[in-house]
Design a binder for this molecule. Structure first.
Ligand code: PLP
Length: 399
């Protein structure tokens, strides 16, 4: 007689796998099987990593930089990151406040593990990046959602934040520019939210992964620069993946008050050790070979901006769809609620009938929308919009 195996852990049973990665994987599998899919599902730039960054990594590999290194990342890279905050934002950061990790996603998780205990509450504005609630749950904390919508630009207000705070609230998550909406908060809007967080003594996780991907002359805000009180409680997460097309490299970073940074290093020392040794040389080149990096970024931003405007105009031409012109990241988040279909149903049928891949808003905690990534070719965007237009014309509108 065999004894049945024990059930899996609470963590394993409660985790929801990433829906964005799942849609993207499905679209890629359909393409690999020879189907003519127009995918708006990508969560990464469609550009290759700039050559000078790759070369620095190759040179590091050749030079034998293949061993364990310092757990928080190599000194030269931490110093370059600290310097970049002084240059970009006038923020004084010590290298000891910088922790380099295996991706910005992992940096977010470290920040949550370092600040939240079981039972603590984490305030997350919806639509949210899919990993925040799951990471909070993995720390035993409780995600508390505050719903925003396109009538207020998908922005959390100080009054909403104030209402969501309880004695158990520990952490506020901010993400500007936002994935999935592309919304960029103004400095004044962030200052007002931070004032509430300070008054209630909350930690702030500010995910600034898309800080350099902004349009229309918008300047991104580094939340830690808003006030000394903000700086003392903010963990800034940023990275290389989106800005330098380095998603596969698995390298990210956080900047935190010294005590929090130290805790993150200790957690990392038991969970993953140092970030990839030779990848860090590529990241260092991204930050120090500034002219080449700036040229690559400029070219990518020009392409994104052109596609953003085109896709936005075309979406708003489709009867039944309304879409805000987002000013950051590489996503648009059109409202499709007038069709009276669940967004999951809308996406499934759109993929089935027209071979157009998109992610439903409900994956981000906001029913009634689609996330469309324009980090794909002009040709696919043009063809995809054509198909989407035809698909919508075949639906009955409710309102
Ligand atoms: C892509 C992304 C990340 C993490 O990126 P990594 O590839 O892990 O560096 C973090 N936050 C948001 C909002 C993202 O879109």
């Amino acid at each position: 007689m065999t004894i049945p195996p024990r059930s899996l852990s609470t963590w394993a049973r409660n985790i929801s796998p990433s829906p964005t990665l799942a849609v993207d994987a499905k679209a890629k599998a359909m393409i690999a099987a020879g189907q003519d899919v127009c995918s708006f599902a990508a969560g990464e730039p469609d550009f290759d990593t700039p050559e000078h960054i790759k070369e620095a990594c190759i040179a590091a590999l050749r030079a034998g930089k293949t061993k364990y290194g310092p757990t928080p990342g190599m000194d030269s890279l931490r110093t370059a990151i600290a310097d970049s905050y002084a240059t970009n934002y006038g923020l004084k950061v010590l290298p000891a406040q910088v922790v380099v990790s295996a991706g910005g996603k992992y940096s977010c998780y470290l920040a949550i593990l370092a600040t939240c205990s079981p039972g603590d509450e984490v305030i997350i504005a919806a639509p949210y990046w899919v990993s925040y609630p799951e990471m909070a749950k993995l720390a035993g904390a409780i995600p508390r959602f505050v719903l925003t919508d396109d009538t207020n630009g998908f922005k959390l207000t100080p009054a909403q934040l104030e209402q969501a705070i309880t004695p158990q609230t520990r952490l506020l998550v901010l993400n500007s520019p936002s994935n999935p909406t592309g919304a960029v908060y103004t400095r004044a809007e962030l200052a007002a939210l931070v004032a509430v967080a300070v008054r209630h003594n909350l930690y702030i996780l500010s995910d600034e992964m898309y800080e350099h991907l902004v349009y229309d002359g918008v300047t991104p805000t580094c939340v830690a620069t808003l006030s000394p009180e903000a700086e003392a409680r903010t963990i800034t997460v940023a990275g290389f993946s989106k800005t330098y097309s380095m998603t596969g490299w698995r390298l990210g970073m956080l900047v935190a008050p010294a005590a929090v940074a130290k805790a993150c290093v200790e957690l990392q020392s038991q969970m993953s050790s140092n970030p990839n040794s030779f990848a860090q040389y590529g990241a260092l080149a991204a930050l120090t070979e500034k002219d080449q990096t700036a040229a690559s970024l400029k070219a990518m931003l020009a392409a994104f901006d052109r596609r953003r405007k085109y896709l936005h105009a075309e979406l708003n031409r489709i009867p039944g769809i309304t879409c805000l012109l987002a000013q950051g990241a590489f996503y648009l988040f059109p409202n499709i609620s007038s069709f009276g279909l669940k967004d999951t149903e809308f996406c499934a049928r759109l993929l089935e009938q027209e071979k157009v891949a998109s992610v439903p808003g409900s994956a981000f905690g906001a029913e009634g929308y689609l996330r469309l990534s324009y980090a794909t070719s002009d040709e696919i965007i043009r063809k995809g919009v054509e198909r989407l237009t035809r698909f919508c014309a075949g639906l009955k509108r409710q309102s």
